[in-house]
Design a protein around this ligand. Structure first.
Ligand SMILES: Cc1cc2nc3c(=O)[nH]c(=O)nc-3n(C[C@H](O)[C@H](O)[C@H](O)COP(=O)(O)O)c2cc1C
Length: 142
């Protein structure tokens, strides 16, 4: 059974809704799924997982949330994420998705096998975005 870790930060619940759909897809795909807010996730937990999904909305000026998600990502390296499938997702509002493009490049730089370009949803995820999240979960379970 594939061990899938889904770690997310969400202030208003939009990214959390996406995380739950990724989890649903991974569970229905037969994986052993851990889904939790990033505040409680250590690099060791990331290392122990076989497939990963990280979620964070666009914050600041097109950056990751700086209190928990940014320190979490800064604390990771090739040792935890190298060679692993990684799905990125998150909600945004007025931007054009720059935070996600930057995040994907950063994770590729650590050797993660980033799934596509990341899933972005403007504010509350619509059915298309939720279905993309579900399908991501299914791929991570393979
Ligand atoms: C402090 C703050 C900064 C934000 N910065 C951006 C931004 O740079 N670009 C953008 O597109 N949206 C930005 N947003 C909008 C959020 O990404 C958007 O409201 C998102 O749906 C929040 O997701 P959540 O419900 O998971 O917290 C910002 C929101 C807040 C509160």
């Amino acid at each position: 059974m594939k061990k899938v870790l889904i770690a997310y930060w969400s202030g208003g619940g939009n990214t959390e809704t996406m995380a739950k759909q990724v989890a649903k897809g991974a569970e229905e795909g037969g994986a052993e799924v851990t889904v939790k807010p990033v505040g409680g996730v250590t690099p060791e937990t990331v290392k122990a997982a076989e497939s990963l999904a990280f979620g964070c909305p666009a914050m600041g000026a097109e950056v990751l949330e700086e209190g928990e998600m940014e320190p979490f990502i800064s604390g990771l390296s090739q040792a935890e994420v190298g060679g692993k499938p990684l799905g990125l997702f998150g909600s945004y509002d007025w931007g054009d998705g720059q935070w996600m493009r930057d995040w994907a490049e950063r994770m590729k730089g650590m050797g993660a096998k980033v799934d596509g370009e990341g899933i972005i949803a403007q504010l509350e995820p619509d059915t298309a975005a939720l279905s993309q999240c579900y399908e991501l979960g299914k791929r991570l379970a393979l």
